[in-house]
Design a protein around this ligand. Sequence first.
Ligand SMILES: CC(=O)N[C@H]1[C@@H](OP(=O)(O)OP(=O)(O)OC[C@H]2O[C@@H](n3ccc(=O)[nH]c3=O)[C@H](O)[C@@H]2O)O[C@H](CO)[C@H](O)[C@@H]1O
Length: 318
Amino acid sequence: MSRQNLRTGTESKEDHGAHGNWLSKHTDSGEAPSLKRVEEITGKKLTFYQCDLLDINRVDEIFSKHHIDYVIHFAAIKAVGESMQFPLKYYKNNVIGTINLVEVMKEHNVYQMVFSSSCCVYGDPEHLPITEDHPTGNVTNVYGRTKYLIEEMLKDLTHAEPRWNIISLRYFNPVGAHPSGRIGEDPTKNFSNLMPYIAQVALGNKPHVEVFGGDYNTPDGTGVRDYIHIMDLASGHVAALSRLSQEHFRYKPLNLGLGRGLSVLELLAHWERVTGTRVAHRMAARRYGDVPTLVCDGSRGQRELSWTPRYDIDDMCE
Ligand SMILES: CC(=O)N[C@H]1[C@@H](OP(=O)(O)OP(=O)(O)OC[C@H]2O[C@@H](n3ccc(=O)[nH]c3=O)[C@H](O)[C@@H]2O)O[C@H](CO)[C@H](O)[C@@H]1O
């Protein structure tokens, strides 16, 4: 079957297909610089379109010019702290961008999509580990609310128009890099997430890691997260595309995580052991919008996608 996939966003993923069309959304984290690197590393030819999803005419132009069967929609801005300061920026970019994309898809009879959702749609969880049936919407930050709103919108859409076939992948905490070290978050850029921040400290670009909260109800008092290697995340997307081509779900949310919780201090300890670099840290106040623990039950995602994560925390640090 010959098909082209349209992928939106700036997050780089390993290319497992023959050819891919990429639609890049400019975000604060920069342009979409990794595609050339993806081409070099995978040896696959990628056709790359740069496009702002808020520019609906440009999105339409891309769909008019090219035959597209599937969309992987990565485009979003994702800094929790920033989202609390600049909510409109987040609603506009994430929610309106998605509305534009979906409208154009519909006009061009493209009804299959993998959407990058997030574990933050669960808010502060009522039970652990979190299954896909856990209530959503009790979100604690604006970024999370945009993901929740998009999920609700997509769900409504699939109810109204059964032709749609959408898998929402609820990522837990993606970290790590391609084994070459050439695809992944660039620690020299100013990211606010924990792992790239640790890398900046290890590189000597920042003096220490601030541990946001030491008084949570967790074994060592620091926030616990379910970290997943970006290579596993990438293969999860390929598996999701493959499932969309086999079955009509209408709307299916699936967790992508390992189901293993790690605290901030535990992650620091792993990092130091694996990399042999010392990372100074200081305890600091809780970050507004954070929750104590997010750990998934990943069994449904693994079963439904016939997908098995292969990388552990040591690989992620390495
Ligand atoms: C609850 C929530 O919205 N989670 C989303 C958020 O994850 P997180 O906010 O969980 O990711 P993160 O890497 O910013 O934080 C992980 C853990 O490290 C802590 N921390 C972080 C940075 C730092 O300098 N010091 C520190 O202690 C933080 O309090 C948390 O307990 O963003 C991710 C995007 O990459 C995912 O979309 C997650 O779904």
